[in-house]
Design a protein around this ligand. Structure first.
Ligand SMILES: NC(=O)c1ccc[n+]([C@@H]2O[C@H](COP(=O)([O-])OP(=O)(O)OC[C@H]3O[C@@H](n4cnc5c(N)ncnc54)[C@H](OP(=O)(O)O)[C@@H]3O)[C@@H](O)[C@H]2O)c1
Length: 342
């Protein structure tokens, strides 16, 4: 029985607040500490979420003996440093996606987790949700026959601000790393399951994209080929609204997921559709009611800690490494290199 995992949150931004609510609503853990670069932010966050320990530095959070697991919610280029320091401090780690800026960083983080014998998972919350489990189950049952093609998009438009996390070159902005990591992870999951595995790696990737004035990808699309001749069309962006859906086409029908990335985010029911070839109406696949999305994720971490990695379809270390390698390839294909990488 997983219970009583003491969480510390590192960073006090947007997603940290969602995760704080996730822990508060979970039955498996409690939020004991928060660490921020400033004491003031730590105090404000702690007051909002009723957190007893407030630390004005990330170092102080990691030195807090009450903290068993750390949730890293800083911008992507800060993940590696704090994940490795968390491992060195003997803390279990849930690290926001993408786990790092590239596969080399991911590899160093996984090595640190292995060396210090701590749990580590990349926080793809949709991989923890029962809707994704259901999708995997149906694909294994070949409900749409043999999978041939996948379409997956995660893209939105933010007001342009060159210094914002989503557009800044120094903070590794752009669509591929912020949201392209989701379609890549979904295509690798679906192609893997179609090949009788937990995930698959692409054997070919081509892409085009638009780099904006800050040099990051404002929007981009990639085509991939997987073993079994499965093809995927993926798109991502931070400067264009698109339909954030997944469609999977097989020899006997197709599946449409209208909310693939944050199913029933606030808790409740979620739905996707199986269109059987030759049938007029799709079959509705309903999941739920489920708890708040980030509570499910916090609970999965708590129960998976003894094994140090989460079970599929949540992200294992090899899955994360394959995902980061694919993101590296996508970035290379459109000529995206951050200034700090040169
Ligand atoms: N899974 C999801 O649903 C989801 C959703 C959104 C974002 N994310 C991921 O979570 C991470 C954070 O995203 P966010 O939207 O929460 O970002 P955000 O609102 O900008 O917050 C990031 C926080 O990181 C800390 N930080 C440390 N170094 C920083 C720096 N150089 N510049 C700015 N902030 C810095 C700050 O906290 P302090 O000032 O307290 O130190 C800041 O509040 C990203 O990797 C993103 O991909 C995941």
């Amino acid at each position: 029985m997983a219970a009583d995992l003491n969480w510390g949150i590192l960073g006090t931004g947007g997603i940290a607040k969602a995760f704080a609510r996730g822990v508060a609503e979970s039955t498996t853990g409690r939020l004991v500490a928060v660490g921020s670069r400033s004491q003031k932010s730590a105090e404000e966050f702690a007051a909002q979420f009723n957190v007893p320990h407030r630390h004005g530095s990330y170092e102080a959070l990691l030195a807090d003996p009450q903290v068993h697991a750390v949730y890293i919610s800083t911008p992507h280029p800060c993940h590696k440093e704090w994940a490795i320091k968390s491992a060195e401090a003997g803390k279990h780690i849930l690290c926001e996606k993408p786990i790092g800026v590239n596969a080399a960083e991911a590899s160093a983080m996984i090595d640190a987790a292995r060396r210090h014998d701590v749990f580590l998972m990349e926080a793809f919350m949709y991989r923890c949700h029962p809707q994704t489990h259901r999708l995997v189950e149906l694909l294994r049952q070949k409900v749409i026959g043999d999978v041939r093609a996948i379409q997956a998009t995660f893209s939105f438009a933010v007001p342009f601000d060159a210094s914002s996390r989503l557009l800044s070159n120094d903070l590794a902005g752009g669509g591929i790393l912020d949201v392209g990591c989701y379609p890549v992870s979904m295509a690798r999951l679906v192609a893997g399951v179609a090949n009788g595995r937990n995930f698959a790696e692409p054997i070919e990737l081509q892409a085009v994209g638009h780099l904006g004035t800050t040099g990051v990808d404002e929007y981009t699309a990639a085509v991939l080929k997987f073993p079994g001749d499965i093809i995927a069309q993926l798109s991502a962006g931070v400067q264009v609204e698109q339909e954030n859906a997944v469609r999977i086409y097989g020899t006997k029908g197709h599946i449409h997921l209208p909310t693939p990335w944050a199913p029933a985010r606030n808790g409740g029911m979620s739905k996707f559709f199986v269109h059987h070839a030759g049938e007029e109406h799709p079959q509705e696949i309903v999941t739920g009611p489920t708890p708040f999305l980030y509570s499910i994720e916090a609970g999965l971490v708590a129960e998976s800690i003894p094994r140090r990695q989460a079970a599929p379809p949540a992200m294992s270390w090899d899955d994360t490494l394959g995902n980061m390698r694919t993101l590296d390839q996508w970035r290379k294909a459109i000529g995206l290199r951050y200034r700090f990488e040169v």
